[in-house]
Write a protein of this length. Sequence first.
Length: 555
Amino acid sequence: MYSNHDNINILTSLLVSWGVRQAVVCPGSRNAPIVHNLYECPDIECFAVTDERSAGFFALGQCQVEDVAVVICVTSGSALLNVAPAVAEAYYQHRRLIVISADRPACMIDQLQGQTLPQPDALRGIVKKSVSLPEIHDGTDHWYCNRLVNEALIEAWRGEGGPVHINVPITEPLFGFDVEQLPAEREIVFHEGESNFQSLIEIANDFKKAKRPMILIGQMKPEDLDDATEDLLQLEQYTIVLNEKLGNNVEMPSKLIDEMLVEIEGDEDYLPDFIVYMGDTFVSKRLKAFLQRVKNVPVVIVNRDGAVHDVFMNMTALVQASAADTMSILASVVTGQKPTAYLQQWQQVYEKCAQRVILYDPPYSQLAAVRGLFAFSREIECDFHFANSMAVRLGELYSDQYIFVNRGVNGIEGCLSTAVGYASAVDYAVFCVIGDLSFFYDQNALWNNNLTSNLRILLLNNSGGGIFSTLPGLKESGAAHDYIQAAHKTTAEGICIENNVLYYAAHNEEELTEGLQQLCDTEGMYPMLLEVFTDMEEDEKAFTKLVHGDKKEVN
Ligand SMILES: Cc1ncc(C[n+]2csc(CCOP(=O)(O)OP(=O)(O)O)c2C)c(N)n1
Ligand SMILES: [Mg+2]
């Protein structure tokens, strides 16, 4: 029987699947349930050593035989500090010493409880990674615990290998041993190496066998996408590839991911049975929620850093490789194959959404402004920067080219400055589409001697944070308008005059058309700004109509 503390059982199960077979255990009460599990586990042999300092070196000696990973398990408090000399030695010898310390729950630290000290980072600098596991109360805790153990073990194995620290808070009662079996835990299989072709070929062969294979490409540098373009186009002939405009450098209309997901209303038939995910983030929250429902199928995450980004909370493998290599291998394996029926299924939904977007002629609104910008700028050599909030969502809807956006942490504070910097480094037009709060926040972007005449700003001024009107339930709050949307009446005219930026304003359809014509005249000597004043509610209505069509759902 195993401990009735789930975090200990998850840890034990993963140690076994990662091939750990030896554990050096030191006496203590807080770590007793962990020692109990290691002892109960038929795959692991325990070795008792009382002095933690010596136990650490004893474990190091075991690591040296055939370069295996060995656990050293200690109780809370100074017991952990006593393994530091052995851990430091293991660090420089690249030995896989897995330090497991028992701890009290975080709320009890520094509260004059016995035998406690701040443990999570106690070995910082001499371990490759430290994690502190959560105690498990729900599915999210379980996923988090599993992920942290996998992450720590990936680091122990990565490169030349090295020690890692797994801290395990355990709330009393400590001793209950009524769990019959260890849980079957997801192991994230790590395929290391810049050009990990063999693993990729195996993955590609399994991908080919899948009935509903899906490729996902999150935000990527355009240069990295360029390297993969031809293979990507080939893969698109075979199966569904979902990428937003921040992960797509091919000139083509938007994939309309949000619109398609609204259309299929979460229908399980559209869930993939094999995912290969390259690149970073997606803007679409719906996509993340939809794909979190995928369970027990291969979910392969590929990035050059070999970093665990478990976006959908279900990754099964991590491949350290470039997107270009991955797409090239996937494409070579599926070449000559018939398109999957799964692709056709998605294409039908796409056609319906695309029709809706093409046919919808929005009334005067932010939508009309962004749609108009793309229509007017079609023939111009230019790049697009979109700010966060609704701007990037409108860009995703209407752009047929790559868009830059600060999506690393989604801040609104530097979108304009980033575009200004970008414009200073190229000799063609740079359009920056930005909401009012983001613009006024970052107005110092224009107080800059390096402002260049190729900068074109489309300021979508809806007098506040319009995105918050799309949040269901927030309208009920009395604070919504003034305090959350931060409603205001500021305009950009004065800022533009002060900074030698040509200023145009639009309050209706005619002025919008004229303003866009001006903005797209790229011969001008000065940077330009077109401020489009719209009504937040009208913007929201138009957006909802486009995304939802005749579906009733809001947001
Ligand atoms: C630095 C920072 N502060 C706060 C936020 C939270 N935030 C996200 S969107 C948003 C409103 C942006 O308003 P606006 O630029 O006018 O765009 P709109 O919502 O009207 O499209 C805010 C405050 C953030 N992303 N970054
Ligand atoms: Mg706004």
